[in-house]
Design a protein. Structure first.
Length: 202
C-alpha cells in the first residue's frame, strides 16, 4: 500500500513536469492536460502493452487520472514555481524516477522476462513518458542529451539485479536500488555531472 501511494506521488510529480513543459511550449489547457498525462503514465502504458498486461494500470485504477488532472490544473493555476518549489520538484522527480525504474523491473520479472529485458522494461517505465513529453513539446528528449537521467535508472536497476543474483532478499534489494537511482540523479543535479558528448571532427 505504501508503494501504491508513492507511485501516485511519482505520477503527480511527472504530471507537473509535463504541465510545465506545456506552459513553456505555449500549449492551451487541453494540450497541457495531454502532455501532463503522457509524461505521468506514458512509460507505464508502453511497458504494460509490451508485457501484455491488461487492463493497463490507469484503466484499472481511476485515481491515476484524477491525480494527473489535479496536478496539471494546479500547475496551470499557480504558474511559475519558486526556486524552493523547483528544488523540491527535482528531488521528487528523482524519487519518482527511482520508484518507476524499480517497480517496472519487478513487474517485468513477475511476467517471466529475462534480466536484460527486465532492465529495459524498468528503464522504459521510468523515462518513457518524459521522452514522449519532449517529443510532443518540440524538445530533444532528455534521454538523448548529456544529462545523467536514464543512466541513473540503468545503474540502480543493474545493482538491484546483481544483489538479487547474490541472494539478497527482494525487498532489501529493491530499496537499495531506489536509493542508488535517486542518489545518482540528485548528485548529478548537485554537481552538474554529465555524460561526455562526442564531437564531430572533419
Amino acid at each position: 500500500m505504501l508503494l501504491y501511494w508513492f507511485d501516485l506521488l511519482g505520477v503527480a510529480v511527472f504530471a507537473v513536469s509535463g504541465a510545465l513543459a506545456a506552459m513553456q511550449a505555449g500549449l492551451d489547457l487541453f494540450g497541457l492536460l495531454v502532455l501532463a498525462a503522457v509524461t505521468a503514465i506514458g512509460g507505464g502504458t508502453l511497458r504494460d502493452l509490451l508485457l501484455n498486461r491488461h487492463p493497463i494500470t490507469w484503466m484499472r485504477d481511476g485515481r491515476y487520472l484524477v491525480v494527473i488532472a489535479i496536478a496539471a490544473l494546479a500547475t496551470a493555476t499557480y504558474g511559475q514555481l519558486s526556486a524552493g518549489a523547483m528544488k523540491g520538484l527535482r528531488i521528487a522527480d528523482a524519487l519518482g524516477l527511482a520508484l518507476f525504474a524499480l517497480t517496472g523491473t519487478e513487474l517485468a520479472e513477475d511476467c517471466g522476462i529475462r534480466r536484460v529485458q527486465a532492465l529495459l522494461m524498468g528503464t522504459l517505465t521510468a523515462v518513457g513518458g518524459g521522452v514522449i513529453r519532449d517529443l510532443l513539446s518540440g524538445q530533444v528528449p532528455l534521454l538523448l542529451r548529456k544529462d545523467i537521467y536514464a543512466t541513473a535508472a540503468i545503474a540502480g536497476i543493474a545493482l538491484y539485479q546483481l544483489l538479487r543474483a547474490a541472494g539478497l532478499k527482494r525487498d532489501v534489494a529493491f530499496v537499495i536500488g531506489i536509493v542508488c537511482v535517486a542518489g545518482i540523479r540528485l548528485a548529478a543535479i548537485r554537481y552538474d555531472w554529465q555524460l561526455p558528448a562526442p564531437e564531430l571532427y572533419r
